[in-house]
Design a binder for this molecule. Structure first.
Ligand SMILES: Nc1ncnc2c1ncn2[C@@H]1O[C@H](COP(=O)(O)OP(=O)(O)O)[C@@H](O)[C@H]1O
Ligand SMILES: [Mg+2]
Length: 602
């Protein structure tokens, strides 16, 4: 970017003209717009639905106006530059453009009446022409913003999740006895998970006819051999039984202590438990997460007495209550969460499959979409790892990822993503290996605060190594192993050349130590969307906004058609729907700018 002209008008209005190689803001698509933004930095903020993002350093540098050239005739010191995010707010541009236009017109009329010399008239004619250009650009910018908003509105409607299997049975599924429980399907640090079904679920009617509930009143445990071959899964549900060592035995105490597990639970999920909904609503319980297709949905949450389930005495005897195991330390009652049963964790999927670079990029993108949703909702997961990501396959065998296990999440209404870190006793989340540098290096103090807004995106950067077929550099031991506290960015291993350049660059930028330099999850997701579906359309040196609008409209139409015409759920169509449902001009332009800068780099 270079300063090409500086003019001082009446009332201290300074017009700087910058030549900028790329359009970066909704109303600032060209050089003249940069000029105007420096005029009125104090105009109030935009109607943008997302908070203004801090830009990565590269972008900030690109947007910062240059100091005026001291040699330029008539140059005056420009007013202090506003923060980059402020400079791109529509009102700033609109207000200053409108004001400037009026002032210029007045001045032009006065000068014309006063018979300014030919030189003066030429200057004002040039200004008039420039202004026409600005207004045209401004109108183009407005069209782009409103196109994004309208597309977003359409796809937000379209993106409603399909109803869950228990949605039609509002008053059922709140007691453990209503379920048939199968084998153990997983175990973590705080719970055991079992496959399960409800005899009343329509897809299980056939299955259930062949299964006689066991006598005894407890949940029925079905031996695996009895599972008949059937199209519908015999156990479409998974039940997570929390281990309760310290939460006490009352339902209220259990809900309160294990409240983070309830963040992805719908309101209906808690409706059966006396006090659970009120706990969340009135007692400052954690947030309720709006549904997202890449985030687990908890259909039911309730407390019940701990049963003796398959493998309990071998796998977790110590956390059983003394009634079931004499040396057990667990309480008699605990929390149960009912979810969809997924066939794989990400770890299991990657053990058995090697996704192609393109498919792997789509998988990373799904994680970024989920993390962006969390950030927008003011929630940080804080325990992202391949065991906490579940996978199912679409009709074409493409993996669909969902983030699960919110037991370590930060979801506080009062503090949001800014956690006061007053002492070492404050919980910073799980999985120390994949803790972002700003979290792992934080030191407690009376005013210390940890900002989690980019911590999950950093963890996705590390998981990308696993998804692209390498080992996670932040796990393990030995010389190749990196520690989040101390690694240098130059030590990050290179991803294979077969991985698209944009994906490689994105992983590097997500793993920058300084959070302010990292792209947000939204911008990072947009980078991959543009890289996957945008080809070169939106990462051009001189992006034409009208061209961008027509590309977006084309994508919208094609996605709607694909969604309608294909009966099977297709991962790529679902991802495009998510992209369009989250379309926002600012974040889109930031992504396009990042892509352009990477492609242009030698
Ligand atoms: N909905 C589910 N479908 C299939 N497997 C699951 C599901 N939820 C959890 N699991 C399995 O159980 C394991 C432990 O579950 P998780 O929720 O992570 O518990 P913890 O809080 O103890 O870590 C997971 O790593 C996974 O293998
Ligand atoms: Mg877990």
């Amino acid at each position: 970017m270079k300063l090409t002209d500086v003019k001082t008008l009446a009332r201290g209005v300074i017009v700087n003209t910058y030549e900028f190689p790329f359009s970066v803001s909704r109303f600032c698509p060209g050089p003249a717009l940069f000029t105007l933004i420096t005029l009125n930095p104090s105009t109030p903020g935009s109607k943008c639905t997302r908070p203004a993002e801090k830009l990565p350093a590269a972008q900030v540098r690109a947007r910062r106006p240059l100091a005026p050239n001291p040699g330029t005739a008539g140059a005056a010191a420009p007013p202090p530059a506003p923060a980059p995010a402020q400079r791109h707010r529509p009102e700033v541009c609109c207000g200053s453009v409108a004001g400037l236009a009026a002032r210029l017109q007045r001045q032009f009329a006065v000068r014309a009446r006063g018979g300014a010399g030919p030189c003066g008239r030429a200057v004002f004619l040039a200004f008039g022409l420039g202004l026409g250009l600005i207004e045209e650009k401004q109108a183009e910018g407005r069209r782009a913003v409103s196109a994004c908003q309208e597309i977003q509105a359409i796809f937000t409607q379209k993106n409603k999740l399909l109803p869950g299997p228990l949605d039609t049975r509002r008053w059922q599924g709140f007691r453990l006895e209503e379920y048939l429980i199968g084998q153990s399907i997983g175990k973590g640090c705080s719970a055991a998970v079992y496959e399960a079904t409800m005899p009343v679920l329509p897809q299980n009617l056939e299955v259930v006819k062949s299964i006689r509930p066991l006598p005894g009143g407890g949940p029925d445990v079905i031996p695996r051999e009895e599972e008949p071959a059937s199209q519908a899964p015999a156990f479409p549900l998974a039940i997570k039984m929390m281990w309760n060592i310290s939460a006490g035995s009352s339902s209220e105490a259990i809900f309160s202590t294990m409240s983070q597990e309830l963040v992805p639970a719908s309101r209906a999920a808690l409706a059966g438990e006396y006090g659970a909904v009120t706990y969340r609503r009135f007692k400052g319980g954690p947030k309720q997460l709006a549904p997202h297709p890449n985030i687990i949905r908890v259909f039911r949450a309730f407390t019940s007495s701990v049963p003796l389930l398959p493998g309990a005495l071998v796998d977790y005897p110590d956390v059983l209550p003394p009634r079931l195991h004499p040396e057990g330390l667990g309480h008699g009652r605990t929390l149960f969460l009912v979810m969809k049963n997924y066939p794989y964790t990400l770890r299991q999927y990657l053990c058995e499959n090697t996704p192609s670079p393109r498919l792997a990029t789509v998988m990373v993108l799904q994680l970024l979409e989920a993390v962006d949703h969390l950030v927008q909702q003011g929630v940080a997961h804080r325990d992202l790892k391949s065991d906490n990501i579940l996978v199912e396959l679409d009709a074409d065998g493409c993996p669909w990822l969902v983030i699960t296990d919110f037991g370590c999440c930060l979801a506080d209404e009062r503090t949001g993503l800014q956690l006061p870190f007053t002492s070492w006793y404050v919980d910073r989340g799980g999985n120390g290996c994949l803790m972002a540098p700003e979290v792992s290096t934080a030191c407690p103090g009376p005013k210390a605060v940890i900002d989690y807004s980019k911590a999950d995106a950093w963890a996705v950067g590390t998981l990308a190594y696993e998804i692209f077929g390498l080992s996670n550099p932040f796990y393990g031991q030995g010389r190749a192993h990196l520690e989040s506290r101390s690694y240098q960015e130059a030590q990050l291993p290179a991803l294979p050349e077969s991985v698209p350049l944009e994906a490689r660059q994105l992983v590097r930028s997500l793993l920058q130590r300084e959070a302010s330099k990292r792209p947000s999850a939204r911008v990072a997701a947009n980078v991959l969307h543009l890289s996957l579906w945008g080809e070169h359309t939106l990462a051009l040196k001189n992006l034409k906004l009208d061209k961008m609008i027509s590309w977006l409209l084309q994508q919208s139409a094609a996605t709607l058609l694909a969604d309608r015409l294909t009966e099977k759920s297709c991962v790529e169509t679902k991802m495009k729907m998510l992209f369009l449902a989250n379309l926002e001009y600012e974040a889109l332009c930031q992504a396009a700018l990042l892509l352009y800068s990477w492609r242009a780099a030698p």
